[in-house]
Write a protein that binds this ligand. Structure first.
Ligand SMILES: NC(=O)c1ccc[n+]([C@@H]2O[C@H](COP(=O)([O-])OP(=O)(O)OC[C@H]3O[C@@H](n4cnc5c(N)ncnc54)[C@H](O)[C@@H]3O)[C@@H](O)[C@H]2O)c1
Ligand SMILES: N[C@@H](CCC=O)C(=O)O
Length: 515
């Protein structure tokens, strides 16, 4: 019998022993940098001449690894392999599939600091963020394994006299999983193993900024007993391999996590029925956010200020859940703004692979340029309070930035910047604050800081986001505790880490026998 699910505890790097373990892992990983990694199709290692180079955003001269790049021919080979493997994998037992996830969780747990170190090297994130990312990956393995065992029991249906009815779930087929670089371990792992544990086969296309940790994940899955061909590792260009497989007639579903533009494009392409296609493709698209923290006049203002800073600047604001908008009641606006600026002054930024800085660099040159271009927009639309500058000489460092006095419909308060930038908007009263919070195309996360029970209940009804938090920040959902996914242009609200997530990858079958 499996133990009841509990989320993976986080490491406290203030404890010297834990900090030393991570330093040792970083040192070990440094000895392994720059290696060349193949594709994995049906268990076969395939090297190509065309490569993706993964670099450390904190130190752009450091190559984390080079990875072979799939093209259309190799994508086709992977599809064929996944199709053939599905024919027998779909009949494998749920218990066996769940056991592979439990074993993989145990392996990652034993190598947690090593995985933390790869996450730091490949994404530039801070130690606590890397630890949260790897812990979330372990949680997905443990949680989805248990969910599968529950689902395998089937649903209860009635039978009439002389009739024997059964209702159960079967997998869908071959799925394309396209993952982002920001939660480079957790989301990649969770979105790959959820279809796999439900009996589907998978084509995994990780983000081009983070393919090395995905290769390490594949090794873990193999060690845990995953048969060849069940998850196939095919890094490649989104526009070449991604488009080809999204449109492929044999693709049964696409699980995408990433930006709104790419997600919308995939949604449209997948909707078109291709020649020879026998089904309607399912699309799970979890996309961007423009997430708001509302601060009421009756509120703990220190808690509000800490929540705003943490939600805006953890992992340099590169989470879909990041709190990039603070909407504050006019009576407490100046006090909260001043305190947020003061806390921000104390944040340190630097190469997180060398030291436990609060923040590292942003992911790449494109991200750096895009975020920096918003600094000019912010200065035109509002008042720069702190930050607004960066340095991309060695890595892509951007200082945490606060803009004040932005109009609710300004570009700064509408567009996803995906960097360490938070904008303040003043509200006349609580109702107006909720209206402002709702006036974006997105609907992912939000938070309300208030001691007024009536206001919290109004927010519960009217604040239209998939993940709403009271008296805390708006990031850091935990698997099995805070099912995660957004409304409107934030996506299909698939609720990763929730009790019904696995139903995205199965279909119900009724069998009725006359006795
Ligand atoms: N809602 C969520 O759960 C969630 C979680 C994490 C990140 N995000 C969002 O992801 C974005 C940041 O991640 P990103 O920069 O990796 O996003 P992205 O859209 O640029 O890339 C995501 C993935 O899509 C692939 N891709 C790109 N073009 C493609 C195409 N034409 N066809 C198929 N695949 C293609 C990329 O290679 C990558 O693997 C932000 O907008 C963030 O809000 C959302
Ligand atoms: N699930 C994460 C965000 C994932 C997107 O980047 C959170 O809740 O902060």
């Amino acid at each position: 019998m499996v133990q009841p699910y509990r989320h993976e505890p986080f490491t406290d790097f203030e404890v010297e022993e834990d900090a030393k373990e991570l330093e040792a892992a970083l040192h070990q990983v440094e000895q392994e940098l720059g290696q060349d990694y193949p594709l994995i199709i049906g268990g076969e290692r395939i090297y190509t001449d065309d490569k993706i180079t993964s670099i450390n955003p904190n130190n752009k001269s450091e190559v984390v690894g080079t990875v072979s790049k799939a093209n259309k021919e190799l994508a086709e080979k992977a599809m064929k392999t996944a199709d053939e493997t599905f024919e027998w994998w779909r009949k494998s037992t749920p218990e066996m599939r769940a056991d592979i996830l439990f074993r993989a969780a145990a392996i990652v747990r034993r190598r947690k600091h090593e995985f933390n170190a790869w996450a730091i090297k490949e994404s530039g994130k801070a130690w606590k963020e890397a630890d949260g990312d790897v812990a979330e990956g372990i949680d997905f393995l443990e949680y989805y394994g248990r969910q599968m065992l529950e689902i395998a029991k089937g649903g209860e249906v009635n039978s009439r006299h002389n009739e024997n009815n059964r209702f159960s779930y079967i997998p869908l087929g071959v799925g394309l999983v396209i993952s982002p670089w920001n939660l480079l371990f957790a989301i990649m792992c969770g979105t790959a193993v959820s279809p796999m544990v439900t009996g589907n086969t998978v084509l995994l296309k990780p983000a081009s900024n983070s393919p090395v940790i995905a290769y390490k994940f594949m090794e873990v899955m193999e060690e845990a007993g995953m048969p060849a061909g069940v998850i196939n590792y095919i890094p490649g260009s989104g526009s070449e391999v991604g488009d080809y497989l999204v449109e492929h007639p044999n693709t049964r579903f696409v699980s995408f996590t990433g930006s709104r533009d790419v997600g919308v494009n995939i949604y449209e392409k997948a909707a078109k029925i291709q020649e020879g296609q026998k089904w309607l493709k399912r699309v799970i698209a979890e996309m961007g956010g423009k997430d708001t923290i509302v601060v009421d006049d009756e509120a703990d203002l220190e808690l509000a200020s800490q929540a705003i800073v943490q939600s805006a600047f953890d992992f340099s604001g590169q989470k879909c859940s990041s709190g990039s908008r603070a909407v504050v009641h006019q009576d407490v606006y100046d006090e909260v703004l001043e305190r947020v600026v003061e806390i921000t002054k104390g944040l340190d930024i630097g190469d997180t692979s060398k030291k436990n800085y609060y923040m590292g660099a942003v992911i790449d040159q494109n991200a750096y340029d895009k975020i920096m271009s918003y600094m000019d927009v912010g200065k035109e639309e509002g008042r720069l309070m702190i930050g607004g500058d960066g340095d991309d000489t060695n890595g892509y460092y951007i200082n945490p930035t606060v803009f004040a006095d932005l109009a609710p419909d300004s570009r700064m308060q509408q567009e996803e910047i995906f960097g360490p930038v938070v904008g303040f908007t003043k509200a006349k009263n609580f109702d107006e604050a909720i209206d402002i919070a709702n006036n974006t195309d997105y609907g992912l996360t939000g938070a309300v800081i208030s001691n007024n029970r009536n206001h919290l209940e109004i927010a519960r009804e009217d604040f239209h986001v998939g993940n709403l938090y009271f008296n805390r920040g708006c990031t850091a959902a935990i698997v099995g505790y805070h099912p995660f996914g957004g409304f409107d242009m934030s996506g299909t609200d698939s609720k990763a880490g929730g009790p019904d997530y696995l139903y995205n990858f199965i279909q119900g079958k009724t069998v009725s026998e006359m006795l």
